[in-house]
Design a protein around this ligand. Structure first.
Ligand SMILES: Cc1cc2nc3c(=O)[nH]c(=O)nc-3n(C[C@H](O)[C@H](O)[C@H](O)COP(=O)(O)O)c2cc1C
Ligand code: SF4
Length: 782
């Protein structure tokens, strides 16, 4: 030993290195490995609580899973040892058991949520779509329904032309017979060029059935932190159809198709928003066949979109928000009424960023200043622009109202408008979206029977001649007293706004809560609110435009600002004609509407006379927007005088909605100017009394408390002691097409529903009431 030690003492460092390098390197390696494992374990330990996964019982169960148990060899499944699944499964192998009661530590990396590479790379030249239809059935109805569905789908596929060449025959699977892991942890592997599409036909039971097991499976898969939260992302898409019984479960609230709804929700999460078509629902005792067929048509269209290489078609990547939240409403909550729904919030943002969003009026002045030669000249606008060039009278180039390159165009499109041609716009309002999701229509459903999901909101003139203080649009829409822009042909506008509207509806097909039935209905516009921004009757060919609407049996609600008497006089009958009455006297009107016309009061008066003349040809309406501090106090008598002068069929009274834009603030508008509903009703009662005092036969007919809106109606619209404010739209078109003169009473509809009558709130009991975050709300809160 001594010799060895002394010989070592005499070794030089190089010799020592050669003698001990192996144990040294080994030692360093072990130390580094230990440090690394410790760090990794600490990181893992923090992981679950820091992740976005909910601390649900499911998560805890999974953490404590007994991997050694042969019964639950989930690990093997996940590792893909005994299945034929696709590549993207996250594999996390268990390493050690720490002891009883302590969650197991699991090493490995949770894969980051990735986009579905397979789905995104669908090659319509060679890939094939494999529809898989899953069902479960206890009593046999769903089994028969699903088999018939597959037969119908396959026969459509076989009878169609080459468009469906790459669509494989649908296969049917009973959920109680398949291994759920084989299909619902990841899609089946299959051949590389086969992409899967899931269709679920699901009954609902309020007792324990296979459906509970299935739902638990979906939920656990989603909550399992070892698996990607969207492990079915590689699917092309999915859609769910529910079978239920409306007799036993009369509403969705009471459980109608509740389990189909759940499946739809979980699949949205597992597929990473790949809802390709809205949830369909059918009542086994009434409309199931019809609803299923409607759903199949929708699904077939989706297949055609996919096969042609357009993915899931218009809209979001494929579906809506899997979290089922109403985030979009956070922006839209300001949009109290679609008619006023297009407001200038972005104007504020633009202003904040220092960007200029000029009024066209101002731009006109700027152009004049900059180029005297371009000063305005009278123009004959009865000629349309041709598709290739604009009208150039006296060699002065006529400008487009909203050119694509203008900041106004940018601001409006940012707010969700589709600009059609150079001066028209279309946008789907908050209520249309709400109705598509079964969450209630706007007040026009309560008052006049307009279903919001069948309504298109548009204008053929984005320009207006007022700068109303409460108008959210102001700042982003052009203004002007005369039409001095290029005129687009009405056919082009009509075609363009319909396309724009349908495109926006289609974008809703993957949004949570949208129902297949309403979605299908929405693909046929029934009503048009000509009130978006601007002044519709400003458009020189407004009559041609409304004729086109009527020809397609689309009703017309036209709102004008009482500043264009000549155009108003020349207007052909519409279904309901509105005039905005923003004040009862000259000074008040000047302050609130900030009109551009110097003779605004005279124009206003003339419009009232014209409306009076029209009251026996069409339904006429005064629209009052109450702005505290501007047009409410001491004005009741004045408004009553205006009503006496015009004798409109209806008076709609609505509290203003504050939009918080810089424009409104600079106009001195704050939240203090927004009346409470109680103040609105107080005003309405006083106005009603003032009308009675004048011997005018009006009464308070209906209300929509949610929109802070009340309807006063002429007793012409009372039949057998009941208010009949609804419209018989078919009758309206019949009258119009008869070519004979007719009166508003001729297309008066059935009695106003009980729940909409004054004193009853106006919320349709069939609709689900939710708050802005999409949570259910008590009706009593109204
Ligand atoms: C015990 C029982 C509970 C049910 N619960 C519901 C329910 O909660 N919601 C619903 O919409 N339908 C419910 N139904 C109706 C079934 O969903 C409907 O009859 C369905 O078509 C049954 O499908 P199957 O014949 O394939 O089992 C229930 C039916 C039964 C017999
Ligand atoms: S009338 Fe039409 S556009 Fe206006 S709020 Fe209702 S649904 Fe929307």
């Amino acid at each position: 030993m001594e010799n060895m030690a002394s010989s070592e003492l005499h070794m030089n460092p190089l010799e020592i290195w050669h003698a001990y390098r192996l144990p040294l390197i080994l030692g360093i390696f072990i130390i580094l490995t230990l440090i690394k494992s410790e760090l990794t374990l600490r990181q893992r330990h923090k992981g679950p609580s820091a992740s976005s996964l909910p601390g649900s019982p499911n998560t805890i169960d999974k953490n404590t899973l007994d991997w050694s148990s042969p019964k639950t060899d989930v690990g093997a499944k996940l590792r893909g040892l005994d299945d034929d699944h696709v590549e993207n499964v996250t594999i996390i192998a268990p390493t050690k058991v720490l002891g009883k009661g302590i969650p197991k530590r699991i090493t490995g990396n949770k894969s980051v949520r990735k986009a579905a590479t397979r789905a995104a790379s669908f090659d319509n030249g060679k890939d094939k779509v494999q529809p898989l239809v899953f069902y479960s059935s206890l009593l046999g109805t769903t089994k028969t329904t699903a088999s018939e569905f597959v037969k119908a789908l396959n026969s459509w596929r076989n009878s169609s032309d080459a468009e469906t060449f790459n669509l494989l025959e649908a296969k049917l699977h009973d959920l109680s017979e398949i291994e759920l892991d084989d299909y619902f942890i990841s899609p089946p592997k299959g051949e590389l060029d086969i992409k899967y599409f899931y269709l679920m036909i699901i009954p609902s039971y309020n007792i324990d059935t296979i459906m509970n097991t299935f739902l638990e499976h979906l939920q656990e898969t989603h909550n399992d932190f070892r698996i990607d939260t969207a492990p079915l992302e590689a699917l092309l898409g999915y859609s769910v159809f529910g079978l239920g019984d409306l007799e036993g479960w009369p509403t969705e609230e009471e459980g109608f198709c509740s389990q189909a709804k759940e499946v739809d929700k979980w699949l949205a999460r597992l597929t990473g928003k790949k809802r390709a078509f809205p949830l369909g629902m059918g009542d086994v005792k009434s409309d199931a066949t019809e609803r299923l067929q409607e759903w199949r048509f929708g699904v077939q269209e989706v297949f055609l979109e996919i096969l042609s290489g357009r993915g899931l078609g218009d809209g979001v990547v494929g579906s809506g928000d899997p979290v089922e939240s109403d985030e979009e409403d956070a922006v839209e909550e300001e949009e109290e009424d679609g008619d006023e729904a297009v407001e200038g919030a972005s104007r504020t943002r633009e202003a904040a960023r220092g960007k200029r969003v000029d009024d066209v009026e101002d731009l006109g002045l700027m152009i004049q200043k900059e180029s005297p030669s371009s000063s305005l000249v009278p123009i004959d606008f009865t000629a349309y622009k041709s598709s290739n060039h604009s009208i150039r009278p006296n060699s002065v180039q006529i400008k487009e109202m909203v050119p694509k390159s203008s900041p106004t165009y940018a601001a409006l499109t940012k707010q969700g408008y589709t600009i059609v041609g150079s001066h028209s716009g279309v946008k789907i309002c908050r209520w249309t979206k709400s109705a598509l999701r079964g969450r209630g229509s706007c007040y026009k459903f309560s008052f006049y029977g307009i279903k919001s999901h069948l309504c298109m909101e548009t204008t053929p003139s984005l320009s207006c001649s007022n700068k109303c203080v409460f108008c959210w649009r102001h700042g982003t829409n052009p203004v002007g007293t005369t039409w001095r822009w290029v005129v687009d042909p009405p056919e082009e506008i009509f075609k363009g706004v319909k396309e724009g509207h349908y495109k926006k509806i289609k974008m809703m097909k993957g949004v949570p809560g949208v129902r297949a039935e309403r979605f299908a209905e929405a693909m046929r516009i029934r009503h048009c609110a000509l009130s978006l921004v601007g002044e519709p009757i400003f458009y020189p060919h407004i009559n041609e435009f409304t004729t086109m609407l009527h020809k397609e049996h689309i009703s017309s609600f036209l709102v004008c600002n009482a500043q264009h008497p000549d155009q108003l006089a020349a207007l052909k009958p519409v279904t309901q004609l509105y005039v905005s009455i923003d004040a009862s006297n000259r000074e008040s009107l000047r302050k609130i509407d900030r009109p551009l016309h110097r003779d605004f009061w005279e124009r206003f008066q003339r419009c009232l006379e014209i409306l009076r003349e029209k009251r026996f040809q069409q339904r006429t309406v005064f629209r009052l927007t109450l702005v505290k501090g501007f047009n409410v106090e001491d004005e009741v008598e004045g408004y009553a005088d205006l009503v006496a002068r015009s004798l409109p069929c209806f008076v709609e009274i609505k509290g203003v909605t504050y939009c918080g834009t810089s424009t409104s603030s600079s106009a001195g508008l704050t939240m203090q100017n927004v009346p409470f509903y109680a103040e609105v009703t107080e005003f309405v009662t006083a106005l009603n009394d003032a009308l009675a005092k004048r011997g005018l036969e009006y009464g308070i007919a209906a209300e929509h408390a949610h929109s802070c809106c009340v309807l006063l109606a002429s007793t012409r619209f009372r039949r057998d002691g009941k208010w009949c404010t609804l419209i018989d739209y078919d009758k309206f078109f019949e009258c119009l097409e008869s070519g004979k003169s007719f009166m508003p009473e001729d297309y008066m509809g059935p009695p106003t529903p009980e729940w909409a009558l004054w004193g009853n709130g106006g919320f349709n009991p069939e609709d689900e009431r939710v708050d802005r975050k999409g949570r259910k709300k008590e009706i009593a809160e109204i």
